[in-house]
Design a protein around this ligand. Structure first.
Ligand SMILES: [Zn+2]
Length: 63
């Protein structure tokens, strides 16, 4: 009688890191894009910032 002891299979399935959606690169994860409005006359910059929904992630902030 041969007792072949198999080593306990240590196949623990580690759940691992929870997959996190990478942040959108366009809006940097904010979900919004800011566009500085410039008025061309005399190179004046009024510096109005328009915030809009990110066209890439549609406001979700994740790519
Ligand atoms: Zn985005």
């Amino acid at each position: 009688m041969t007792t072949t002891k198999k080593p306990p299979a240590s196949r623990r399935r580690s759940p691992g890191p929870v997959p996190v959606a990478p942040p959108c690169g366009t809006c940097d994860g904010t979900g919004e894009t800011t566009t500085t409005v410039r008025v061309g006359r005399k190179r004046r910059e009024i510096g109005a910032i328009q915030t809009g929904l990110c066209p890439d992630c549609f406001g979700t902030g994740t790519a």
